[in-house]
Design a protein around this ligand. Structure first.
Ligand code: MG
Length: 243
């Protein structure tokens, strides 16, 4: 497949009525979350419970991995209970790492001028969400009714049930809807629901790896051959979508 420039990835904006945006790893640098869960939390857990650090890290990491892809994984109340620490206040300790990804403000400024309705659609828990919205000032771009947490629906974005509930609430038309997310399983769920304009993120974490692939292949329900796959462009800079 040929290399594509940013401009090739731009949608025909006259076709877009609804824009759904993931938050962590899409609008915001995933470094904050990765650093918190993999470094800061195990360290503070060891201090709070007076455990040896390597032991605490193994314990915390194993518990976290066991909940991957579930709502518990994203639920701060669950982790406060399970680990017996105040997760929200520990999250505030590294709040300086909450930052926009490249091009986020460029895209959000553009969306203010565009007729499409833009929403944050996140698996983030409401408590953690508030810390992030306040840290970078996301409220200036999204009124509170434009911020949707999957916790309100009781199902994560990875599940089909989430997407049918979201559609009932927002009443968007799939063929005129754009969705950007850094999580492949979430993109797959959105593709299966029928959302037409999908985008992935090449480097969700500023300190992490960059995907060299210009596209990821997503299979809709009932498809298996490579020619049926939906090609989802990977974005490095969200501003590449702006005309
Ligand atoms: Mg994400």
């Amino acid at each position: 497949m040929n290399e594509t420039t940013g401009a090739d990835k731009r949608p025909d904006w006259s076709q877009i009525e609804t824009v759904l945006l993931d938050m962590d790893g899409t609008l915001l640098d995933l470094n904050y979350d990765n650093h918190f869960w993999m470094e800061h939390l195990p360290l503070r857990y060891a201090q709070i419970h007076q455990q040896e650090q390597a032991e605490a890290r193994r314990h915390v990491t194993a518990l976290i991995q066991a909940q991957r892809g579930t709502l518990n994984w994203y639920c701060l109340d669950y982790w406060s209970r399970t680990l017996n620490v105040d997760i929200t206040s520990l999250k505030r300790e590294v709040g300086h790492l909450i930052q926009y990804r490249p091009g986020t403000e460029h895209l959000l400024q553009f969306l203010k001028t565009h007729a499409a309705s833009a929403y944050i659609v996140t698996n983030a828990h409401r408590a953690g969400l508030e810390i992030k919205l306040a840290a970078v000032g996301l409220h200036q771009y999204f009124d509170s009714d434009r911020i949707i947490s999957s916790h309100d629906y009781g199902e994560p974005k990875e599940s089909a049930g989430f997407w049918s509930q979201l559609q009932q609430t927002l009443d968007f038309r799939n063929e005129h809807t754009m969705f950007i997310d850094d999580n492949d399983q979430v993109l797959e769920a959105a593709a299966r629901h029928g959302i037409a304009y999908l985008y992935g993120i090449a480097q969700p974490d500023s300190q992490g790896e960059v995907s060299g692939e210009p596209y990821i292949r997503i299979y809709r329900r009932g498809q298996s051959s490579p020619s049926d796959a939906q090609l989802v462009p990977m974005l490095t800079d969200l501003g590449d979508l702006v005309p």
